[in-house]
Design a protein around this ligand. Structure first.
Ligand code: FVH
Length: 281
């Protein structure tokens, strides 16, 4: 285990508690002490930690830290299975795989969605991608960490899932924060509203699935009602927000897309059909 921050330590503790012989290394060596007390062996260098085990799990702050630590490991990676759980992009994952393969190591890229205290329970999601044979060989050990899903041989696929899930979370939550600004500006209680919003959001999940299918097939039902009807609300929604000083950027984006889709003759379709207007890079 290379990297003993909040997440790395939680992962090492899980392996130790499940009876796996665990060797740990961290840039700041003192962070290894509590794990040594729990039964791990601390290695003085990352290269020596790697030499001590066939499965090498890396969980560091970012890709810069990964590059630095792997740079120090270098040829010692030969014959190992390198599993990188550090957050990063699909491109970084593919570059790490090339680095590993060039040194005779197999590579698995994983990402973590959940909090350190819940590692070792199904509440933490671990998408993986890369070497299928390495995943099949070490899948049982990796499943000790949480809910594991394999996304295929392309080493970048787990990062695609991660980037999409995390970004979607931020897209939804920034919208929610602006909504709380609206609720607060109108003098209503934001916590009480959040309680009610939690159940409204819960009812959205079937809609996400149907929108996914609509985008896949290109067949857009009037989900949330026909755009012709929805668009009628947008002017009031925007002018209300403006009147109380709440952000309208996102609402203007929605209105602009609706107006364009209606102008293109698709007013009977639903919100999902706006996908057709989103920029294709
Ligand atoms: N913690 C969380 O809730 C989230 C949940 C979702 C996934 N993330 C990702 O997990 C990676 C590790 O995050 P972390 O929470 O363990 O982060 P820290 O506690 O800050 O520990 C960072 C470790 O990285 C080491 N480190 C940083 N820079 C370097 C470097 N240049 N060379 C070597 N090691 C480096 C640091 O070492 P030290 O400061 O203790 O010496 C820690 O071991 C991350 O990708 C999250 O996005 C966590």
């Amino acid at each position: 285990m290379l990297g003993l921050g909040d997440m790395g330590s939680a992962i090492a503790r899980t392996f130790i508690s499940r009876g796996y012989r665990t060797t740990v290394w961290n840039r700041t060596a003192s962070k290894a002490l509590p794990l040594v007390d729990s039964g791990a062996t601390a290695a003085p260098t990352a290269a020596e930690a790697v030499a001590a085990s066939r499965l090498v799990v890396v969980c560091l702050l970012d890709s810069t830290a990964v590059d630095e630590v792997l740079g120090a490991v270098d040829a010692a990676a030969a014959g190992t299975v390198l599993v990188n759980l550090t957050s990063g992009s699909p491109q970084q994952a593919r570059a790490n795989e090339r680095w590993a393969n060039e040194r005779g190591a197999a590579y698995l890229d994983g990402k973590i969605m959940g909090d350190p205290p819940y590692v070792g329970t199904p509440n933490v999601m671990f998408p993986f991608s890369g070497s299928r044979s390495a995943f099949e060989a070490h899948g049982p050990m990796l499943r000790e960490l949480g809910t594991v899903v394999y996304h295929g041989e392309d080493a970048g696929s787990a990062a695609v899932e991660f980037m999409a899930q995390v970004a979607m979370g931020y897209e939804i939550l920034i919208g929610f924060l602006h909504t709380l600004r609206l609720v607060q500006a109108e003098g209503a209680d934001v916590a009480d509203f959040a309680e009610r919003a939690a159940s409204s959001v819960a009812s959205l999940s079937p809609l996400l699935t149907s929108i996914g299918n609509a985008v896949r097939t290109g067949d857009y039902p009037p989900d949330l009602g026909a755009l012709n009807v929805q668009a009628a609300l947008m002017d009031d929604l925007i002018s209300h927000r403006e009147s109380i000083g709440v952000d309208v950027v996102r609402m203007r984006e929605v209105k602009d897309l609706m107006d364009r889709r209606i102008a293109d003759g698709f007013g009977a379709q639903g919100f999902s059909s706006l996908f057709e207007l989103l920029a294709k890079s």
